[in-house]
Ligand binder design. Structure first.
Ligand code: F6R
Length: 585
């Protein structure tokens, strides 16, 4: 949420490098953008509303630059509210939320501000602290004491070369070159220049100038030594390649990602389930699509290993935290590993001694790093805002974990789980071909003019009905709602009108009966199932996956959502009002 990127170095085109890098971070926010450059000591700022992707501009000569793509929180989408913000000697970009900014704004004098943002208040606060004679690093430390909330900030100070950065809660990663240093919210921004990185942890700050980076503790000012880490990300993975959009590329990536997700040795899986088996009470914690994955995983564990795991959306967990103690297992699932609601629960859980198992796509993310045991899903960079390949990889790994959990009661379970998933992965590989996508597109054409859609499923396909609704809503803006198949007749069936498209996940007899109830009221039934039932007006075949049906069943819906968006002339990679990696609460 909000992309930030900076370079300090010997290249003379820093502004252009930041422009290029920000385009790669645009998935984090795309309301507006802004870039500051420093040339011969003078700082200048360019900012505009709208997406940065189409911007062609030559920033000319500069050796230092920083920029931002915004996902608006405080204040509307305007040029004034776009970052960077300048106040006195300070120019600043920010990702996060300064919760008590109004208080501080009042203290400084509300009339002195040009924007509605919390960010400008940080700039003003820093400027005020500099005026008292503090050095920039001291001012940042003092300001951090006053700020309640999460932040990642980059700061340029007039008259002082180099850049300062500080982090509490929102990600910042340094890319290390010989004579230059990059700093960004995510690695793709600088991956073409370096794959040597340092992660800034919470309550740390850094001063960068050329190839030098000086790290210190944000609370005490004590120096910190960092280890250089080499990341094995491939540039092509973070690019669209032959595909029109990241979303469709990532849907097709599922040809490989499901098999990769389960490529863990048994020892790591056993370590993960040991954490569960030694617990007294376990909670799945996640948001959005990842939360729907945890709901499917709840069924996997119940059915495969007989374990009941509580499922709570991270934002709702505060009501249940009184049950979290040193015997609790918190299982966090997060593609980005940076979702603020998830992180906060884990941080508080850790303080009371809960054990944390994390399943993420970013091995070095905050969620991965706070965990006692981390299982990476290895899906490769996911850039489209709508999560696709990460969700199916997370499900595959949870399915395997449920089998690993059953190993004590049914020896050989892990192998059995792997077998099922290998066969599922290979059937998905066969399914994902251009002809199938064209067939889905043809169905999308028939329903694109509809304003409402309903989706039903049973068992682990019920959470997939909910996930289907998220996919359709977020990229096509068609109102879609998922229900447990048996729940329809208890109220929602009143919504069914003639020709309303209803996706039916599954072909078991009870679900088919529910589909017939819908059809009797005029609904157009699109079945997503291994076999064709008479009640289906349209049929999207999915393989029979032996208990892992949820994984395969969501794929045609991802394709449908994508084609609905394209037919409506929308950009599926950057849906309105959304952004990837939600680092605010
Ligand atoms: C929807 C989607 C979101 C994310 C949610 C959690 O397609 O991607 O609902 O699933 O914001 O994000 P992560 O998984 O990064 O914690």
């Amino acid at each position: 949420m909000c992309g930030i990127f900076a370079i300090s170095g010997e290249r003379e085109t820093a502004g252009n490098i930041v422009l290029k890098g920000l385009k790669k971070l645009e998935y984090r926010g795309y309301d507006s953008w802004g870039i500051a450059i420093r040339d011969a000591g003078k700082i200048s700022i360019e900012k505009q509303i709208g997406k940065i992707s189409g911007v062609k501009k030559d920033f000319g000569k500069s050796t230092e630059s920083m920029g931002h793509t915004r996902w608006a929180t405080h204040g509307g989408v305007t040029n004034e509210n776009a970052h960077p913000h300048k106040f006195g000697k300070i120019t600043l970009v920010h990702n996060g939320i300064f919760e008590n900014f109004l208080e501080v704004k009042k203290e400084i004098g509300a009339e002195k501000f040009k924007s509605e943002t919390d960010t400008e208040v940080i700039a003003a606060l820093l400027d005020e602290l500099l005026e008292t004679g503090l050095e920039p690093d001291e001012a940042i430390r003092e300001a951090a004491k006053k700020i309640v909330g999460r932040f990642a900030i980059l700061v340029m100070v007039e008259g002082i070369p180099g850049l300062f950065a500080a982090r509490r809660g929102s990600p910042l990663i340094l890319g290390r070159g010989k004579t230059e240093t990059f700093i960004a919210s995510d690695i793709p921004a600088f991956l073409e220049y370096t794959n040597t990185v340092n992660y800034l942890d919470d309550n740390e700050m850094v001063y960068i100038s050329g190839g030098t980076a000086i790290f210190s503790n944000l609370k005490t000012g004590d120096p910190i030594t960092k280890r250089d880490i080499t990341v094995n990300w491939k540039i092509e993975e973070a690019e669209k390649g032959e595909f029109e959009h990241f979303m469709i590329k990532e849907i097709f990536d599922q040809k490989d990602t499901i098999a990769r997700a389960i490529n863990h040795d048994d020892e790591l899986l056993k370590k993960a389930v040991k954490l569960l088996q030694e617990s007294n009470g376990a909670y799945f914690i996640a948001c959005g699509t990842a939360h729907k994955v945890t709901s499917a995983a709840e069924y996997f564990f119940a059915e495969i290993s007989g374990r009941k795991i509580n499922v709570v959306p991270a934002g709702e967990m505060p009501s249940f935290e009184k049950f979290v103690n040193e015997e609790t297992a918190l299982i966090a699932i997060s593609q980005s590993g940076e979702t603020a609601d998830v992180l906060e629960i884990l941080e508080r859980g850790k303080k009371v001694g809960a054990k944390i198992l994390a399943i993420t796509n970013v091995e070095t993310s905050s969620v991965a790093r706070i965990a006692d045991v981390h299982l990476p899903i290895q899906a490769g960079v996911e850039k489209a805002v709508a999560s696709t390949k990460a969700a199916t990889a997370q499900m595959a790994l949870c399915f395997l974990l449920a089998y690993a959990d059953a190993e004590n009661i049914r020896p050989g379970s892990i192998n059995r789980g792997r077998e099922i998933l290998r066969s599922t992965a290979s059937s998905i590989n066969d399914l994902l071909n251009p002809r199938y996508a064209e067939y889905v597109e043809a169905i999308a054409e028939k329903i694109v003019d509809r304003r409402n859609m309903f989706i039903i499923g049973r068992g682990a396909l019920y959470p997939m009905a909910l996930e289907s609704a998220i996919k359709i809503q977020e990229v096509s803006y068609i109102h879609a709602q998922g229900f447990a198949a048996g729940e329809l007749k208890h109220g929602p069936i009143a919504l069914i009108e003639k020709r309303v498209p209803c996706l039916v996940l599954g072909d078991d007899s009870e679900t088919i009966s529910n589909a017939m109830e819908l059809k009797a009221r005029g609904a157009r039934i699109i079945g997503i199932a291994p076999t064709r039932a008479d009640v289906f007006d349209e049929w999207l075949r999915v393989p029979d996956c032996n208990g892992a049906q949820a994984i395969a069943s969501i794929i045609p819906v991802q394709l449908l959502a994508y084609h609905l968006a394209i037919l409506k002339g929308l950009d599926p990679d950057m849906p309105r009002n959304l952004a990837k990696s939600v680092t605010v609460k």
